[in-house]
Each structure stands twice: as structure tokens, then as C-alpha cells.
Design a protein around this ligand. Structure first.
Ligand code: MN
Length: 446
């Protein structure tokens, strides 16, 4: 079977023989990081490249790759499941860097799962790419990808990458508040625009936010009248703000959120301070915003520090966050208790690209005693469904993946995990679906 690192070396040697490279990568934060990492590594090896980013690798995408004139191809964060198709394209050299489920096939593939390493928790696409090239200065990019794929706190192979990055002086890791804006936002918008977690009474309420800071004795402006940010606070002030937020959420009955706002954070020393690029989690949010708004190339350009890219990415992030705020506000107003579950009809109001995030965020507002189902319309006019549960509900028997799969029988396709699942159904089949779904959930939890 050989070892993972031996496979990395084999792939690296094959890549060193390439001279006409097309990089093809996935569009989410990990996929963008994977593409950027391969691009950066090729630059360091003195090789030119072209790059393509896709949401999936279906027939249309495969045809596009086949038509390209480049003779060598590197796939990143996907590709393991289409090896037969890739091998028939007549390309000269192909390397796959992936971490999703797959088997050995005709193409040279670096994938932790082929070596008994958990590719859903211990290595992402970008961190697999990191080990493929073995360049410690690229650890920040690998870390952003892993964090973007919800693999923080990093452990195992991801942690090995982190340690190499720390040893080289490219990264720092420590425990801190892990809310968006820790690094990039002034104190007021830090709380005012917080959606993960939603801070009841503070998110969206500026005068309450100002009162909150006043009560705990933290000035939001410095002596010169400039807005302060969390990173600019003294250690004592940081501690006061952290514990005040934890107890605030506790008092509001949001114990889960209270426990989740402190965690390991990763500071990327190779990117500018006081920007989203300095923090792995904020960076991954920035990349997701680019991917979701069909501008993954901007995300790659930001990672490669290309001029003007950051400003464009920031604009996309603002748009993304505004859509989320509007979406959650609408969901909060319109959520209906359907008996076995809560239901949000976001058709025409909430973008289908963020309906899943909105469904997940609802638990900051509604009691966690039932699963949530939220719907939106997709580009083809079909209904996209997204459902979320809690650990406590799963302990009682809830399995959303199964219930969605069953409820979609004959009217659409659905499935996923026990705690989060999604589906797409025909536009006129909503009532059939809701009836079946309610029944399924009732049977699971009773
Ligand atoms: Mn991935």
C-alpha cells in the first residue's frame, strides 16, 4: 500500500516533469485554497500554468477539460471519482489531489483515504496539496483550506502542517475568541454584524452594542478618536470582552453558542495585519463569498496576493454578509411551527446558495427542540430544501439524511448527514413532500 508521504513524493516527481499545466479545482474555500496552493507551488518550481474552477465535475466540465490544449492536468479537491473519464482524454500526465471518498484507479492520485487517513477530519484538499509539494511557506494556504472545510481545531496531519508552518515563522496558533471580525472589524461592527453566532439583542442593534461596551468599560474609540478593534485591545480588555460575551450568551439561554465562541485560531503571518487575510477562519469566509458569487478566480488571486484582488473580494464578502443578514431576518419573521419541525419558506426572498446557512443559523433564534426545514428556489425554478438538526435531536433518533431521502422518493433527490441534509424537488410537489417529511420526523423522534 505504501505510505501517504511516498505517494506525495511520487506525485511531486510527476508534476516536476510537467511543462504545460492546467490546474482544475473546486470552487469552495478549500477548493480555492487547493487551486491557489498548486498555483503557488508551480510558480516556485518556475512553471507556468492555466487554471479552471468548477462547482462539480460532470459531463460538461469533463468535455471542457478534454478540449483544452494543455497536455498536463492537475486536479485539486476533486477528481478521484472520475478517473476513467480523465484517463480517456488523451492527456500526457495527470495528477489528482483529492480527499473525498474514492478508490485507486488508473490515475496517480494523492488522497489520504487511500492510506487509511481520515480525509474528512485530518486532511482537506488544500492540506493534501500542501503535503504533495512539501513547502512550509505554503502552510498558511493549506490551513485556510482545512479551516474552510470545518477541520479546525487542526489535528493529526493537519497539525503536522501547522507545526511546520509555525516552525518556519509563517503561522501562529493560539486560543482566542473565534468570531468573524476578530482581526478585520472595528469593535462595533464586530458585534453588530455577528451572524455566527447570532447575538440576540446585539446583532443588528447598534445602541445595545454601544451600551454593552460601556457596561464592561471598553472604549470603542482610542484617544485619537479612531475605532478600535478586538486585536487592538489590551490583554485585560480582551479577556473582559470574551467573558462578557460568554456570560451574555449564557444568560440568554444560548449555551451552545457560548461554548463555541472560544477556540483555537490561526494567524497567518504572511498576510497583511488587520485584514480578513490575517486569520484563517476569516480568510475562508472571504473565499467562500467569492465562490458563492461565481468569482472563485478572485479568491485565488487574493491568496496569491495579486494587486486589487483583495478589494474585490471584500466587496463580495459585504454582499454575502448583507444577504445573510437579510435572509436570517426574513427567516426569523416568517418561521412557522409545523408540528414535528420548523419551516421557513424563503422562495423569492432567500438565495438558494445561502439557504443552508440560514437554516443553520436559525437555532440562534428559535428553541432547538425541533429540526428546521428551509426552502428556496433554484435557478431552474425547482425547490431547494435544506434541513438542520441538533446533536440532542440525533440522540433521540433524528436522521435528516434518511428522512429527506425517503420523503423525496419519486418527486426529487435528497440526502446528506444525520444533522444536516439537503434536497431538490419539483416546484409543484411541496405539499407532498411536507406531509411525508413531517411523518418521517415524527416516527424518528417519537
Ligand atoms: Mn475539500
Amino acid at each position: 500500500m505504501g505510505s501517504f508521504l511516498a505517494r506525495c513524493k511520487e506525485a511531486r516527481e510527476e508534476i516536476s516533469r510537467m511543462d504545460d499545466v492546467l490546474i482544475v479545482h473546486h470552487y469552495d474555500a478549500d477548493g480555492i485554497s487547493s487551486g491557489a496552493l498548486v498555483a503557488a507551488a508551480l510558480e516556485k518550481m518556475g512553471k507556468g500554468y492555466s487554471r479552471l474552477c468548477f462547482r462539480k465535475l460532470a459531463q460538461k466540465e469533463l468535455e471542457e477539460i478534454a478540449k483544452r490544449k494543455e497536455r498536463d492536468v492537475i486536479l485539486a479537491d476533486f477528481g478521484g471519482s472520475v478517473q476513467e473519464e480523465l484517463s480517456k482524454m488523451g492527456k500526457r500526465r495527470i495528477v489528482i489531489i483529492d480527499h473525498h471518498l474514492c478508490e485507486e484507479g488508473p490515475i496517480l492520485q494523492v488522497n489520504p483515504r487511500l492510506f487509511g487517513i481520515d480525509g474528512s477530519r485530518e486532511l482537506s484538499g488544500a492540506s493534501t496539496a500542501y503535503f504533495t509539494f512539501g513547502l512550509p511557506e505554503l502552510a498558511p494556504i493549506g490551513i485556510v483550506g482545512a479551516v474552510g472545510d470545518v477541520q479546525a481545531p487542526l489535528y493529526g496531519w493537519n497539525k503536522k502542517m501547522l507545526e511546520e508552518g509555525i516552525a518556519g515563522g509563517y503561522v501562529n496558533a493560539y486560543k482566542d475568541i473565534c468570531m468573524f471580525g476578530r482581526v478585520s472589524r472595528p469593535l462595533v461592527p464586530f458585534l453588530l454584524y455577528s451572524t455566527e453566532p447570532f447575538l440576540p439583542g446585539l446583532t443588528g442593534n447598534e445602541s445595545n452594542v454601544l451600551d454593552f461596551y460601556e457596561k464592561i468599560g471598553i472604549a470603542v474609540k482610542d484617544a485619537e478618536g479612531k475605532w478600535r478593534s478586538y486585536m487592538g485591545l489590551s490583554e485585560d480588555e480582551k479577556m473582559r470582552l470574551r467573558s462578557a460575551l460568554v456570560s451574555y450568551l449564557y444568560e440568554k439561554g444560548h449555551k451552545r453558542d457560548a461554548g463555541s465562541i472560544i477556540g483555537e485560531v490561526y494567524e497567518l503571518l504572511t498576510y497583511p495585519p488587520r485584514t480578513e487575510m490575517r486569520d484563517a477562519s476569516e480568510f475562508s469566509t472571504l473565499l467562500n463569498a467569492c465562490g458563492r458569487h461565481n468569482e472563485p478566480d478572485i479568491g485565488v488571486a487574493v491568496m496569491l496576493k495579486m494587486e486589487g484582488a483583495y478589494q474585490r473580494a471584500q466587496a463580495l464578502l459585504e454582499l454575502h454578509r448583507k444577504q445573510l443578514r437579510d435572509g436570517i431576518e426574513y427567516a426569523q419573521k416568517s418561521v412557522v411551527d409545523m408540528g414535528p419541525f420548523y419551516f421557513v419558506d424563503g422562495r423569492g426572498m432567500i438565495d438558494d446558495g445561502i439557504i443552508g446557512i440560514v437554516a443553520g443559523m436559525l437555532y440562534s433564534i428559535i428553541p432547538p427542540e425541533k429540526p428546521v426545514l428551509a426552502i428556496a428556489l433554484d435557478a431552474e425554478g425547482k425547490i431547494k430544501l435544506s434541513s438542520r438538526g441538533t446533536r440532542a435531536l440525533i440522540a433521540k433518533g433524528l436522521n435528516l439524511g434518511k428522512s429527506l431521502e425517503k420523503s423525496c422518493n419519486g418527486i426529487g433527490v435528497g440526502g446528506g448527514h444525520d444533522i444536516a441534509a439537503g434536497a431538490t424537488i419539483e416546484a409543484d410537489k411541496l405539499n407532498v413532500f411536507l406531509e411525508r417529511f413531517g411523518k418521517e420526523i415524527g416516527e424518528q423522534i417519537s
